[in-house]
Design a protein around this ligand. Sequence first.
Ligand code: ZN
Length: 475
Amino acid sequence: MSLEKEYALDWIEDSKKLIIGISDKVWEFAELGLIEFKSSALLAEELAKHGFRVERGIAGMPTAFAATWGEGKPVIGIMGEYDALPGLSQKKVPLKEPLEHGKPGHGCGHNIHGTSGMAAAIAVRRAMEKHKLRGTIKFFGCPAEENFSGKVYMVRDGYFSDVDAVISHHPSSMNDVSLLSSLAVNSVKFHFLGKASHAGASPEQGRSALDAVELMNTGVNYLREHVMQDARIHYVIEKGGDQPNIVPSYARSWYYVRAPEREQLEFIYDWILDIAKGAATMTRTEVETEFLEGSYNVIPNRTISELIVKNMREIGLPRHSDEDLKFAEEIAKTIAPEMKIAQLRKSKRPGWERLVDKLIDDEVPDPWGEGEVSHGSTDVADVGWQAPTVEFSTATWVLGTPAHSWQAVAQNGVGIGHKSLIFAAKVMAATVIDLLTREEALNRARKENRQRIGNKTYKSPIPPERKPPLDAWEK
Ligand SMILES: [Zn+2]
């Protein structure tokens, strides 16, 4: 291992208490997307203490920030998230027990996500100074991954226009550097406006907005036969009227539309807009469309993924204490074996069968999944259309743990989570140093990114007039 890497990794090892303390604080804050005031401030202040120039409130979001150290090329970015999920409050115990009923919790481990990135950025900055490495390190504090695609606004406003490569880390039940793509997505609400009337005495005077919602859904359900296999369309009816004896004058549905490529998505999305208009015509109501968020599909990068895997193997997986393992075993008892198997199979990881009887993932496989699609969506994707970008995962949870579950919340705040955090910070720091010091690897990553994008162009999925929904939680 190079001296620069050793120096950076030593800082992380020596600063474990500080790093884990910050992650645990963010876990406790458990703030929702776009209102992560305490969490973003904590990370930004720590970076400032280490000499980073911090620009806060970027891209119209008070909790978004960029922290920069160094100057000139190359510019390597690290992303960190810190938003929690509603209703997932959970104590640090291996049985379901909310800390505070109905409150948010860190079910996706973004307390670790933000902190591993912050720690890596500081460690790299120290190695850069000590070993006189040229270039710039940039930490992006990225709000609202879970619901409002904060990064897509940051991309739209040009904050990723000068980066040469970007990495981030996500907690998971697996050590995972996959080449899977993801689904592009649009999230949209349809507001139907009709006319209220007494549903018994004068129904002929009314125009039902609920009829429109139902007819639109029926139309979309007929559309399903004619969309590609990997597309996904899902909806909820958020508002369907007040009571049966009033013809509903207002009704609302909320749709997610997903497909492997943006243009495939646009094709289906346009069709759905026509169906909404058709439903309005059929019911003599009106429809208003409210676009909420959208993102592109992930562009994988083999070059950076291979660097990450190499660093993971060199650094070595964390060792768990007896206490960690006991906690892990208790959590494992709450996960049905068939759920675990289904999840492992779905991961598409080659050799997943080997993991069925294991408690914690103890392998570091080669990057896998080239040419395949995972059926989720992420705003990390949009960054990958600006520069080569890889988000890798480390085993933070017992195998079989579903994301966004109470089990994940509990594990993100205890030993198994802490060890994954420190390991991930080291892997990220080492990989960023590779990208800063090995021009040929960085050039290869950039070339690969350009090749994978080919002649497609990136056009922000968010309409130009759309601002981040800062008041979303007040509604
Ligand atoms: Zn997440």
